[in-house]
Design a protein. Structure first.
Length: 222
């Protein structure tokens, strides 16, 4: 039996992955760096500063920036991002999420958020979902980034649930790696290719439902 479901936030609960993409796009434009949606896939689930490093690595002629310059660019990206998320409302919860959350509640399954974003609390508040998650891991308190399992293990620990009874839901490759490293059942949601390391591959959040999830979870245990 599933005891807890731990969700990634950006790109799973709501489409803020799009706003991260747009904000990085503005920084890339300022620096005249190439930036595509395909490349952006590598930034999903990746921390702010590590994302910046990947973006700067796209330069044809590499340039070394001081830690202060790096910090300044990361802050600027965050300012763009914070402006963009001002438009988030409860109507922006992705299809199928609210239904799944109420099914999980009915079955006594705990629900939490394992996001690498320091803006996670703000986004949850804008969505009006403060009461939907018993645990929201504070990214500012984490030492290691996805694909390290720390964020998922922190959530399981806060629930007092053994990771083997937890399900993690992700839209990022690094995130699925983190879920598997935590010893949990991994659901990957992506319109792109399937991930062989994921236990369940879905194209869209609308395909999520408790009975299917529970069935696949039970099958994976046998
Ligand atoms: C999530 C997103 C990433 C983002 C990271 C840090 O993992 O998928 O795109 O870089 O959070 O977010 P932050 O809001 O702290 O810059
Ligand atoms: Mg995500």
């Amino acid at each position: 039996q599933i005891q807890a479901v731990i969700f990634d936030l950006d790109g799973v609960i709501t489409d803020t992955a799009e706003y991260h993409y747009q904000a990085w796009g503005m920084i890339a434009k300022e620096l005249s760096l190439p930036f595509t949606r395909e490349f952006n896939e590598n930034l999903k689930g990746v921390s702010r500063i590590a994302s910046l490093e990947l973006l700067l690595g796209q330069a044809a002629t590499p340039h070394t920036y001081s830690p202060e310059e790096m910090e300044e660019m990361a802050t600027r990206k965050n300012e763009f991002y914070q402006q963009l998320i001002q438009q988030v409302t409860p109507a922006d919860v992705l299809p199928g999420i609210s239904e799944l959350l109420s099914e999980l509640k009915d079955h006594g399954v705990k629900t939490g958020i394992a996001s690498a974003s320091k803006n996670a609390f703000t986004v949850i508040r804008l969505l009006g979902m403060e009461k939907d998650f018993r645990v929201i891991v504070d990214a500012a308190k984490l030492a290691r980034n996805k694909p390290d399992p720390e964020v998922f293990l922190t959530a399981a620990d806060a629930f007092g649930v053994d990771p083997q009874f937890c399900v993690g839901v992700e839209d990022a490759v690094a995130g699925v790696e983190a879920i598997k490293a935590a010893g949990m059942f991994a659901v990957y949601i992506s319109l792109q290719e399937n991930l062989s390391i994921a236990d369940m591959n879905l194209n869209h959040t609308a395909e999520l439902n408790y009975s299917e999830l529970n069935q696949q979870f039970a099958a994976a245990k046998n």
